[in-house]
Design a protein around this ligand. Structure first.
Ligand SMILES: *Cc1c(COP(=O)(O)O)cnc(C)c1O
Length: 366
């Protein structure tokens, strides 16, 4: 028998994650110049990263022969002060996906299951399957999480429930009161993962301090990231906030140096630059309005979004031809067929000029 055939079936049948198309790849395929291509495919920050973070990371380059501080002392201290938790409640990851994946590995195994919503972040089914667990996808309500249906889906073998708030790729958002009511009804022996990758983009009126809930829910894990509003997706730093007992388990399983020294330095500096995040959110708000207005003008339906992206519906069936046509015009958006949304495309809110070119390209098609 071939070695690979001896790998568990749940590993051999994983469908690999399909990331947004890289600019360099499209340039090669279409013979386009890289700087003529607009990538609005991966919810990246069009403003780049904070100048303070860039400076700190540049300084740190001089020390790359050293291993990073595996405990992430400075970053954990900064995060614990900002979020008013003990620093041993802070978990650092190689992106927040790392924290999610370790949690899945710890609590799942063949025979255990995890619940997530239909159209929820694609990483959840992937990491559940990779851990040998059984993924239970609960039908969405208006493209968002149906919390009551998710409660009904709980069985004795449920170990994790994943909730993305706001959700990617739908941009839907659950109000704090609904989430709290849900949490109160979930048994404490089930881990509830609250993935808040887009938290910073929420309008002030919708922001709620879910971190204060950690005191009451020892089974809660909140994850956030430097990849989105902080504009640092390439350096891979995310974090989790949870109960000590859970962070203790995760710290046993994570690699001792799962966070790199450049990222640590950049993230600490980024936290000091609140002005940069404020500017990023303001740009996002204006760009969201610009794109919504443009889509309405073209008669294109969309799902109202609380993130830095928007999913819109390509009426005449499959969205693939529209995606391909946009590619030909040098614009990369994200097909979301793997999210069971083959008629939708997701566009990341870009700079005003990028949004304009996207809308123009779309107009050329419809
Ligand atoms: C982008 C995203 C993340 C963050 O991933 P990183 O690993 O931190 O880059 C997590 N959850 C959701 C829903 C996301 O869209």
């Amino acid at each position: 028998m071939h070695l690979c055939d001896l790998a568990p079936e749940y590993i051999r049948t994983i469908t690999p994650y399909a990331p947004g198309k890289p600019i360099s790849e499209l340039a090669r395929e279409m013979g386009l110049k890289e700087n003529s291509i607009i990538k609005l495919a991966s919810n990246e920050n069009p403003l780049g990263a904070s100048p303070l973070a860039l400076e700190a990371m540049t300084q740190e380059l001089n020390k790359v022969m050293r291993y990073p501080d595996g405990s992430g002392f400075n970053l954990k201290t900064a995060l614990s002060k900002i979020h008013k938790v003990n620093s041993d409640q802070v978990l650092l990851g190689n992106g927040s996906n790392d924290v999610l994946e370790i949690a899945a590995r710890i609590f799942l195994r063949p025979g255990a299951s995890a619940i997530y919503s239909q159209h929820a972040f694609a990483i959840y089914p992937l990491i559940v399957q990779a851990a040998g667990g059984n993924g239970v996808s609960v039908p969405a309500k208006n493209f968002g999480h149906d919390l009551d249906a998710m409660l009904d889906a709980i069985t004795p073998d449920t170990r994790i429930i994943f909730i993305a708030n706001p959700n990617n790729p739908t941009g839907t958002f659950l109000a704090a009161a609904d989430l709290l009511r849900f949490l109160k009804r979930v048994s404490l022996d089930i881990l509830v993962v609250l993935d808040e990758a887009y938290h910073e983009y929420l309008p002030e009126a919708s922001k709620f301090n879910t971190i204060a809930w950690l005191e009451h829910f020892p089974n809660l894990l909140i994850t956030r990231t430097f990849s989105k509003a902080y504009g640092m997706a390439g350096i891979r730093i995310g974090f989790g906030l949870t109960h000590n007992d859970i962070s203790d388990l995760i710290n046993r399983v994570r690699q001792p140096f799962n966070i790199n020294s450049i990222g640590l330095a950049g993230a600490v500096a980024a936290l000091r630059d609140t002005e940069f995040v404020r500017r990023s959110c303001a740009l996002n708000q204006a760009g969201m309005l610009q794109i919504i207005t443009g889509l309405r003008h073209l008669g294109i339906e969309y799902i109202p979004s609380y993130g830095n992206f928007l999913s819109f519906c390509v009426k005449r069936g499959d969205a693939a031809p529209v995606y391909q046509n946009l590619l030909k015009q040098g614009i990369i958006v994200r097909p979301i067929g793997i999210y069971a949304m083959p008629r939708h495309l997701r566009v990341t809110i870009g700079l005003e000029s990028e949004n304009e070119k996207f809308l123009q390209a779309l107009q050329n098609i419809v």
